[in-house]
Design a protein around this ligand. Structure first.
Ligand SMILES: [Fe+2]
Length: 317
């Protein structure tokens, strides 16, 4: 019997010096190392297996941050709708319809800057959309007691024909601000649907029908939890059947080659002082220094753009 040869070691010996420096798994290895330290390895396994995961509140943030975030969303709701919500467990929304959606939250409160840089959020967004992931927008949803359905089954990855890519071109990170239960109007999810490679067809969308073509299940998540799914996962939402409101904030991320929902390079969307008080990685997350799209005659010099923007000058004026 000869000595057993480790095939992996043998393969590595055949590689030119430095070859592994260019291995495409380096990036994902770095992200996984961070994920393990944060206790998120199981959540990543769930993303792979089911297309979504719930990170429990105790792994995410202390209660004080949760309260700040929830109050910031309720303040935005009051400024934009005129309705003040003091107690999320009683009806006081003044017949605002089943759902209020608030877009473009970055400039509304500093807590939203912290939200998109939170390690749990940024690590899972990077896992799904790469280290060059971009913030697409931040939205909030306030759902009232109303028997009318809000979202039938859909994917968040709009505008992509089948077959969808096997990776996530974008992802949705939902920070749960009130308990998500069936009667509270939680999200509906179709586990494993990220492998279907297409959006639901019209006859598959009504998961609340008596005999639905596709079976969805409710996501149970306590306030403070973070729900993550990729852009290919089929999901919807149940109506709220109990008093009060369901409140959440959604950070939407996309890969670097995609168009963001929000153009954060505009001063009106992201004032210079917001960039100045955050680390350079934040500007990168917002695409401030992204090379594209160039304007006529403009050189693609990302660092120069960032420098201009952080100095308070506006190179796009
Ligand atoms: Fe959605």
């Amino acid at each position: 019997m000869g000595t057993a040869v480790d095939p992996t070691a043998r393969f590595l010996e055949t590689q030119a010096p430095g070859a592994l420096d260019h291995d495409e798994s380096v990036e994902i290895t770095e992200i996984m190392n961070v994920a393990r330290k944060l206790g998120l390895a199981g959540n990543i396994a769930e993303l792979e297996a089911f297309g979504y995961t719930v990170v429990p509140a105790e792994k995410v943030a202390p209660d004080a941050f949760q309260q700040r975030l929830r109050q910031a969303v309720l303040d935005v709701h009051e400024r934009r709708s005129g309705h003040r919500i003091v107690d999320t467990e009683v009806d006081e929304t003044g017949g605002a319809g089943p759902l209020s959606s608030h877009w473009s939250l970055l400039r509304e409160d500093r807590v939203f800057e912290e939200l998109v840089q939170h390690p749990v959020v940024s690590t899972l967004a990077q896992y799904l959309c790469g280290k060059s992931v971009l913030l697409s927008d931040i939205t909030a949803l306030v759902k009232n007691r109303d028997e009318r359905p809000t979202f039938s089954l859909h994917i968040d990855q709009f505008g992509t024909p089948p077959p969808l890519p096997t990776y996530a071109p974008m992802c949705n990170v939902t920070w749960v601000l009130t308990d998500y239960t069936l009667d509270a109007g939680t999200s509906a999810i179709v586990p494993g649907s990220h492998r279907f490679g297409r959006a639901p067809r019209e006859y598959e969308q009504d998961f609340l029908a008596e005999s639905p073509a596709v079976r969805a299940v409710p996501i149970e998540a306590a306030a403070g939890s973070v729900i993550v799914w990729g852009g290919n996962t089929w999901h919807g939402a149940y109506p709220r059947n109990r008093p009060g409101v369901r409140v959440s904030v959604n950070a939407i991320f996309c890969r670097s080659y995609m168009r963001q929902i929000r153009d954060f390079r505009l001063e009106a969307e992201c004032p210079s002082e917001v960039l100045t008080r955050n680390p350079p990685e934040f500007a990168q997350l917002l695409g401030i220094s992204h090379a594209y799209p160039c304007r006529a005659g403009e050189a693609a010099e990302p660092e120069a753009r960032l420098r201009f923007k952080r100095s308070g000058m506006n190179p796009w004026a």
